[in-house]
Design a protein around this ligand. Sequence first.
Ligand code: NIG
Ligand code: FE
Length: 417
Amino acid sequence: MPVLTNIAQLYTVPPDGGADCVEPIADAALAWQDGRITWVGPEAELPGEFQDEPHHDAGSRIVIPGLIDCHTHLCFGGWRGDEFAARLAGASYQDILAAGGGINSTVTATRAASAEELAMKAATVLSDMARLGVTTVEAKSGYGLNTAAELKQLEVYRQLNQTQPLDIIPTFLGAHLVPVEYRERRADYINLLCEEMIPAVAEQQLARFCDVFIEESAFTLDEGRRILECAKRHGLGLKIHADQLSSGGGAGLAAELGAVSAEHLEYASQADIAAMAQAGTVAVSLPLASMYLKEPFLPARPWIDAGARVAVATDFNPGSAPSYHLHLAMTLACVHQQMTPAEVLRGATSHAARAIDLHHDRGSLLPGYLADFTVIDAPDINHWLYHFRPNACCFTVKSGQIIWPTSAAEALVSCCS
Ligand code: NIG
Ligand code: FE
């Protein structure tokens, strides 16, 4: 039963509690067995039975729950650096999409890529994420937009779950955009989603959630309702890309349908904020997308004041958020979303776990929870989130196993060297 000692502060981040409840324990110790936490508390109170167990030394650093990136578009073909340059020169995200670029160009590249190519590319990202302290990643399809290519993306996630250590929680996002070939007959695409794709995804258990992009350029509120009600009948949990670029009522629909989360939300109305808080639907903020699109950041205070849980994720994708640096997203959430470091830590751990309906299993450091944690080279979370550096993560442990660093060579480049 391994034991980690010499922890300056261990943040337990219990699943319930106020917005900034992270419950730090000073001079802490942590024990685990068979991938689950068995004991956590002040080192001075470590029970005698643990004294002779193998000890690891945290070096007087902090320990937090393994980070959870609860919103990514992990699997895609190609990149879109040309669009980045065009946006900097004045073109809007919507202009580029209307001209056939944007999501459409990634759909073309993703359809053309083999599952092996897509898996290799995503595996590189996951390995970098592990170095940053991430242990669980929600990952969406949505760049296939036909049955075969959507299933291909989800099968990549299934394969990656078997071949690398991070947990991938798959979400079906066939309703990301109406594909070009269905533009003049969008009702047919919605029928395809409801009659073929969702049943296939559910039957093959390829996704836990179904997401819909509700936006003027994507799906209407009524279309979203039909797709999500169909997904619910097939046993999938619900998520919505809502109110990202305009106020479209997606947040209210998420609350009405009992969605586990709604994401972006920069333009959500006050009434819909209250509805989501009341329904317990997690508000997933995506500050990297706001930064890259030069859109307003989510003002988190009205959400937190209304009693909503605000998670923080990267939205990693080749268009609006081409970065998977969750630490950067967290620092941006402090600076631009008016969240405290404690609220942001909750946002990327326990609240993020709730956004994928796994808050009783991970996102907190309590007995019975997964032994997913990370050792951060900082004296406390204020220092960690203020002193942004390429990587402050010394060790990442997933289900009780060290996944970063894994070799003497990696240890040399980790910040603990
Ligand atoms: O979450 N908003 C829609 N989807 C993604 C962007 C996808 C892309 O640009 O490729 C997002 O921002
Ligand atoms: Fe997204």
